[in-house]
Design a protein around this ligand. Sequence first.
Ligand code: HEM
Length: 138
Amino acid sequence: MAGKFEPKEPVNLDPPKDDIITKEHLSKCDGTHEGYPIYVAIKGTVFDVTQKRDTYGPGGSYHIFSGKDASHGLGKSSLKPEDAHADYSKLDESGMETLNNWHTFFSKRYNIMGRLEGSSPVEADPPKPGEGSSENAS
Ligand code: HEM
């Protein structure tokens, strides 16, 4: 049974990396520095979204999320600059669910480059009832 948030076209992802990425480095990866990739971090997980420069680069609809951990804004469904920060502790239950859904959405589309310094690892999404963790589950 297909999980949630599957991409329309299958995406070949590399094995996730576990490198520690500094905030300073992440801030360079916002699409405005030549030679740097574009990264978006969610709950400390750093995703490489370089392939979607139109969306995440300068002038893109979601450029606000690039080069930083914008978990709070993603959970609030907010594009306001003041919401685009890493502290998601103030999100209510539905905001946390939205945020976790974005983490799943990005995990299925973008390579994981590592973890933002100072963040703790995100637990894998628990399987939903009826949706086993085995790839052979039907
Ligand atoms: C009028 C309001 C909005 C419209 C019409 C809209 C429309 C869209 C569309 C058409 C997509 C592409 C979906 C796909 O590729 O399957 C998308 C993706 C996305 N939207 Fe929105 N959106 C809106 C508001 C927001 C807001 C408020 C947020 C803030 C969290 C947001 C965050 C995102 C993100 C992160 C993606 C994923 C882009 C990607 O990596 O593919 N959107 N949106």
